[in-house]
Design a protein around this ligand. Structure first.
Ligand SMILES: [Zn+2]
Length: 226
C-alpha cells in the first residue's frame, strides 16, 4: 500500500515535471517563432538592399517624446487598419508617421514615408498594369515602390498577394545576388525578391549543395543570427 502511494506521488511529481517541461517548450517555441519573424523581416530588408544596391534605414522620431523608434517598434506600432498610416510610439503612445531613408550610390539620399505590408498593398494602383513599367511605378508611386521593395521584394510578389499579375520583368540577374542568402532565409522570400518561383530558387540552392533554411534552423545552425 505504502509502495503504491509512493508510486502514485512519484508519478504525480514526474507528471508535474513533464508539464513544466512542456510549458517551457511552448514558451521557447513562441520565442523562436517571434525571433524567426524578426529574422525574416530583417532578411527581407537585406534582400531589398542587395537587389537595389542601396541602403534602407528606418527613420522615425516620435513627435510626442522624441524617442527614435527601432525597426521592430515601427512594425509593431502599425495597426491592422489598412488606411491607418501611422505607427505607435512604445514609450508614450503617440502616433507618429514612419519614414525610411534610401541611400543609393548614384543618387542623393531620399526620405520617404514607410508603410506596413497591409498599407502598401492598399496603395497599389490596380489599373493599367500593362503600361505601368517598374521605372514608371518608381517615378509615380515612389513611397509605395520602396515599401514594396522592403516588404515584398518585387511588384510582382506584391500584386500576387492581391490576386493580380504584374506583367513586367523586374530583375534581370539574380544568381549572384542570392548566393549569400541561400539557406540563410527561406527559398520563398528569396524567390519573391529575385522575381522567380520558389522551386527555381530551391533547385538552384540544391545544385550548390546548400541545406534549406528550415533544416538549418532545425539543426540550430542559425543560432548566431538570433
Ligand atoms: Zn513617444
Amino acid at each position: 500500500m505504502l509502495g503504491m502511494r509512493q508510486g502514485l506521488s512519484l508519478g504525480h511529481y514526474q507528471y508535474q515535471q513533464l508539464e513544466q517541461k512542456q510549458r517551457l517548450t511552448q514558451e521557447q517555441r513562441l520565442d523562436q517563432s517571434q525571433k524567426l519573424g524578426q529574422l525574416l523581416r530583417n532578411a527581407s530588408w537585406d534582400l531589398a538592399e542587395a537587389f537595389s544596391d542601396s541602403k534602407y534605414t528606418e527613420h522615425t522620431v516620435c513627435s510626442g517624446c522624441g524617442h527614435y523608434l527601432t525597426r521592430d517598434e515601427i512594425m509593431k506600432g502599425f495597426t491592422i487598419d489598412r488606411t491607418d498610416i501611422r505607427t505607435t510610439c512604445p514609450k508614450c503612445g503617440a502616433r507618429p508617421r514612419a519614414y525610411i531613408k534610401n541611400q543609393s550610390r548614384n543618387s542623393a539620399t531620399i526620405e520617404i514615408p514607410m508603410y506596413c505590408p497591409n498599407q502598401t498593398l492598399e496603395r497599389l494602383p490596380h489599373g493599367g498594369l500593362d503600361k505601368l513599367t517598374p521605372e514608371l511605378f518608381k517615378r509615380d508611386y515612389r513611397d509605395v515602390f520602396h515599401s514594396v521593395k522592403i516588404h515584398f521584394g518585387t511588384l510582382a510578389a506584391a500584386y500576387a498577394r492581391e490576386g493580380l499579375t504584374y506583367p513586367h520583368v523586374e530583375v534581370l540577374e539574380w544568381k549572384e545576388i542570392v548566393a549569400q542568402f541561400l539557406g540563410n532565409m527561406s527559398d520563398a522570400l528569396i524567390a519573391d525578391h529575385a522575381g522567380v518561383s520558389t522551386s527555381t530558387i530551391a533547385r538552384h540552392r540544391r545544385s550548390l549543395g546548400i541545406k534549406s533554411f528550415r533544416k538549418n534552423v532545425a539543426e540550430g545552425l542559425l543560432e548566431r543570427m538570433f
